[in-house]
Design a protein around this ligand. Structure first.
Ligand code: SAJ
Length: 418
């Protein structure tokens, strides 16, 4: 069977490599010529554990071919971005264009799978009409259209692609069955069949569940600061209860999924989703809360210099999309702080901020602001702060830095003592 994957980003590229590794003849398509050129040399343009080896091997053994235009195939997998506009409504342009782009290459009996995260009813109201306009009749099962939402977590994609359970929502029952049978051949997790709408909604609720729970933890950190209690200790102890799982407070929610997906539900049911909307507001307010904490810590320092450690949206990844750290850095600059950023994963071009080496960023700094829980920061000896900074004061927003006698360590939501 021949598979054509549209979109070679964080989902499409690992999926292409994974399927090629499973023996399929895979054609990867991306509109970005630079991406296609890099990949055709067997190199990759994103950072993800174990991905480089699989791509290089499948390009060199010919199982994976890349191009800027689709080819005829038996299965089409669409994995393109679904961002939100500035007003937080969904932008489905890439899904529409990708679906249109495969029409000339489709034949009867083909399976079309949308893996991108999409608002409820997108398969029924947007994808299927495009395919019908292309001369097919998915109602009559002359082609099979399904939504199988990706559920992999950056940093563990290659493992989760194999291990995770999958939801397959078919436009028809037969579409669900055929699509699910395809995934059953390659994944170890269970594959559940349902309708397209239920699959769309289930995926969105997974990420919304996380967003709401993280908002609860973030609200706790604000309340804790007012009450002078350590939020992290509260979370740890409350979570000893068998039915409680409070999430971790932090500088906000980043990445291209959890900070975006709730809006796909909100736009369809605005008046019925106050909890989801408030969760978004709380999480979006966290960069401002971090700035207030920096203001408190540097109250008595003239022209303070802040070393920012970590710009990606979470630990051990290079992705800065929707990263609260970038927003915090920019807000500090606007508030006339002198900042020096360091992130061993992030490329200067992606961050749009000047980046320094670790010691350079700490040199002469009054405060080190930790915004990502990279392992290298967790494992760092506290003498690195002592030896480089003007004063070894640290604000750890990710609860990942070990305390020691030589440093003054503050955690997010734990400045009550100041
Ligand atoms: N975060 C917190 N506190 C927590 C957990 C996370 O502040 O307790 C923050 C992180 O620092 C980060 C953001 O939330 O900024 C999101 O991080 P994450 O690691 O929870 O999730 P993502 O966005 O990397 O990936 C999520 C995953 N969804 C779920 O776990 C339900 C993943 O399985 C999805 O495939 C992915 O979204 C996606 O593509 O939709």
């Amino acid at each position: 069977e021949k598979i054509c994957v549209i979109g070679l980003g964080y989902i499409g590229l690992p999926t292409s490599g994974f399927l090629a590794d499973n023996g399929y003849e895979v054609y990867g398509v991306d509109v970005n010529e630079d991406v296609v050129e890099t990949l055709s040399k067997g190199e990759i343009h994103i950072e993800e554990p174990s991905l480089a080896g699989i791509i290089s091997e499948s390009i060199h053994n010919g199982k994976l071919k890349v191009s800027t235009t689709p080819v005829q195939a038996d299965i089409f997998i669409i994995a393109v971005p679904t961002p939100v506009h500035d007003n937080k409504t969904s932008n489905l342009d890439y899904v529409k264009k990708a679906t249109e782009s495969i029409i000339p290459y489709m034949k009867k009996g083909d399976i079309v799978i949308i893996e991108s995260t999409i608002p409820p009813r997108t398969i029924d109201d947007i994808v299927v009409p495009i395919i019908k306009a292309g001369g097919f009749n998915p109602e009559e099962d002359d082609v099979y259209v399904s939504h199988c939402p990706e559920r992999v977590i950056p940093g563990r994609i290659m493992t989760e692609l194999i291990e995770n359970n999958r939801i397959v929502g078919g436009y028809t029952e037969e579409a669900a069955k055929r699509t699910a049978d395809f995934y059953r051949k390659v994944v170890k997790g269970q594959v559940f069949e349902t309708s397209a709408l239920t699959a769309e909604m289930s995926k969105l609720m997974e990420n919304t569940y996380r967003d709401v729970n993280i908002a609860l933890a973030n609200e706790l950190s604000k309340v804790s600061e007012k009450l002078g209690v350590n939020a992290h200790e509260v979370v740890k102890l409350a979570n000893m209860h068998p039915r409680v799982n409070i999430h971790q407070p932090g500088p906000g929610v980043g990445g291209h999924c959890i900070a975006v997906d709730p809006y796909f539900i909100i736009e369809k049911a605005n008046e019925l989703s106050p909890l989801m909307q408030t969760a978004r507001e709380i999480n979006s307010s966290m960069p401002g809360f971090v700035i207030d904490q920096i203001k408190k810590i540097t109250m008595n320092i003239e022209n303070p210099t802040i070393a920012i450690l970590g710009l990606s949206y979470k630990g051990n990844v290079d992705d800065v999309r929707e990263s609260p750290a970038i927003e915090i850095a920019n807000q500090l600059v606007s508030a006339d702080y002198h900042i020096k950023c360091h992130d061993p994963y992030v490329k200067q071009s992606a961050a749009n901020l000047e980046l320094f080496g670790l010691e350079e960023s700490l040199a002469e700094a009054d405060v080190a602001l930790v915004l990502a829980d990279h392992n290298v920061f967790k494992e760092m000896d506290s003498m690195v702060y002592v030896n480089n900074m003007k004063t070894p004061v640290i604000l750890d927003t990710k609860n990942c830095i070990q305390d020691s006698d030589e440093i003054t360590l503050y955690k997010i939501g734990d400045l009550g003592k100041l």
